[in-house]
Design a protein around this ligand. Structure first.
Ligand code: FRU
Length: 490
């Protein structure tokens, strides 16, 4: 079905009860609903927004189109959690009703100020020629989840020299004042990030561009985020328009970061290393971070990508968020690990220790649909070793280390229902090791694999049949010592 503009630009309050019931009914019949990931009740989810600890809980919002699995009028949906792991749906947070957000309440961030959660976001508008005008807006949420929008935009539009691809403010406090970074496009159609300053969150002045070494790196940088960690400055963003290059940039759009010296907040200058991707898998975009009360920097991403059709679309829903990851800097490099709170989901524990030699092996009881799995493979003589997940008659998702070519590979060619194959079915990263450790989280339709203590994360959606529950370990042309522990979630 082709969606008309009229259908795409309806607001939730225009949904009839009958429509809502029909949608719920269709979603309930989807075979691929997740169990421990944040997913929309119906319709399409994209970017995480407003991620913050406020009033004793974590608050996490996301971009939401309620009527089906397409992009259209974006709302903010609200979820909360005590522990970053169990999320409770709180319903609609921001419905775009004002003139400055007539075509959607786009992405943004949150900050606690005077006992309220201040949400800064982009008001997307289109005029009758369908030309875009972007405003930056403010909404204030109290402890009863009541939201009051500020009457006028806090930033009217992009500065001179930039187009209206100007969105996704990420705010932070620095001593007594506030800064924000915002995704932007120069008039020459290259992407960049702009830096603003405010004494009070209401009045903003432009400092200028964040001055990076990358002046021609894609046509738009979406969802920027800036923070300091381990004495380093990190600028995260999602550049669009990069061509695949060796191991890099295989997905339609990318997400990554610059690490460097702390950003100069007076003039925006930023000395940094080369761009690095945040995720090595197939589905990851538009991430956002926050700080926990105990000082950890936590990242959540959208486990999806724009402009790609997914098998759940026909069930009128699409996408989910990743599990939260804790960030750390080791030897100047960024590492990402699942938050330790994930342990709360563990139920039955099963383990195995074995030596496998030029063979594929499965173990009684080690299988499933939703689980956590830790694997250590000490490579003796094997040329290749790895694990097959959600394997069944004709299906499997394979993660393997090619010791000869020094590469780690995720292969979803036979994962289940096929989609997005024009972007390839393998993701590969260079790796040189003799001990491979994998920390894996499997849900009904996704896999997240943390390699060698967070050096790489491979995130992917998969759409297998529910009978495909196998876990198989293999070594080719030689042996590996294997230790594996699985915790069922069911
Ligand atoms: C990224 C993005 C943002 C925008 C939002 C709209 O996925 O395009 O730049 O604010 O999605 O839903």
């Amino acid at each position: 079905m082709e969606w008309t503009r009229g259908q795409r630009y309806r607001r939730l309050s225009e949904m009839t009860l009958q429509e809502q019931r029909n949608l719920q009914h269709t979603v309930e019949h989807s075979p691929w609903r997740q169990t421990f990931h944040v997913q929309p009740p119906m319709g399409l989810l994209n970017d995480p927004n407003g991620f913050c600890f406020y009033n004793g809980k974590f608050h996490l919002f996301y971009q939401w189109f309620p009527f089906g699995a397409v992009h259209g009028m974006k709302h903010w949906y609200h979820t909360t959690s005590d522990d970053l792991v169990h999320w409770e749906n709180q319903g609609l947070a921001i419905e775009p009703r004002e003139w400055f957000e007539s075509h959607g309440a786009f992405s943004g961030s949150g900050i606690v100020h005077e006992e309220s959660l201040h949400l800064l976001y982009t008001g997307n508008t289109r005029n009758k020629h369908w030309e875009r005008h972007a405003y930056q807006c403010l909404a204030v949420m109290n402890s009863h989840h009541q939201i009051q929008k500020h009457a006028d935009p806090i930033i009217e539009g992009p500065p001179k020299g930039y187009t209206h691809h100007f969105r996704d403010p990420k705010v932070w406090q620095d001593e007594d004042s506030y800064h924000l970074v915002i995704g932007a496009q120069r008039e020459n159609r290259t992407g960049c990030v702009l830096l603003y300053h405010s004494p009070d969150l209401y009045h903003w002045e432009l400092i200028g561009e964040v001055k990076t070494r990358y002046n021609d790196f894609g046509f738009m940088w979406e969802c920027p985020d800036y923070f300091e960690l381990g004495g380093k400055g990190l600028l995260l963003f999602s550049p669009q328009g990069l061509e695949p290059e060796g191991y890099h940039y295989q997905n339609i759009y990318q997400s990554g970061y610059f690490i460097g010296n702390p950003l100069n907040l007076t003039d925006g200058s930023f000395e940094h290393e080369d761009f690095e991707e945040l995720d090595a898998g197939f589905e990851f975009y538009a991430q956002q971070t926050t700080l926990t009360p105990d000082g950890r920097r936590i990242l959540i991403g959208w486990m999806g990508l724009p402009e790609i059709h997914y098998p759940t679309d026909r069930y009128q829903w699409a996408h989910c968020l990743t599990i939260p990851r804790e960030l750390a800097i080791k030897n100047g490099k960024l590492y990402q690990q699942p938050v330790h709170e994930m342990e709360k989901l563990r139920k039955t524990k099963k383990s195995v220790a074995d030596t496998i030699e030029s063979t594929t092996k499965a173990y009684e009881e080690i299988k499933g649909v939703c689980y956590e799995l830790k694997i250590e493979m000490n490579i003796q003589t094997a040329s290749t070793c790895g694990v097959k997940l959600r394997s069944g008659d004709e299906e499997e998702t394979v993660l393997y280390y090619d010791h000869k070519n020094k590469e780690i590979v995720l292969d979803r060619e036979k994962s289940g229902e096929r989609f997005a194959e024009e972007y390839g079915t393998k993701r590969i990263k260079p790796l040189n090791c003799t001990c491979l450790t994998l920390h894996i989280f499997v849900d009904v339709s996704s896999i997240e694999i943390f390699v060698n203590h967070g050096l790489y994360v491979f995130t992917t959606r998969i759409f297998p049949s529910k009978e495909s529950q196998g876990i198989e370990f293999f070594a080719e042309n030689g042996g590996v010592d294997l230790e594996a522990v699985q915790w069922d979630y069911e």
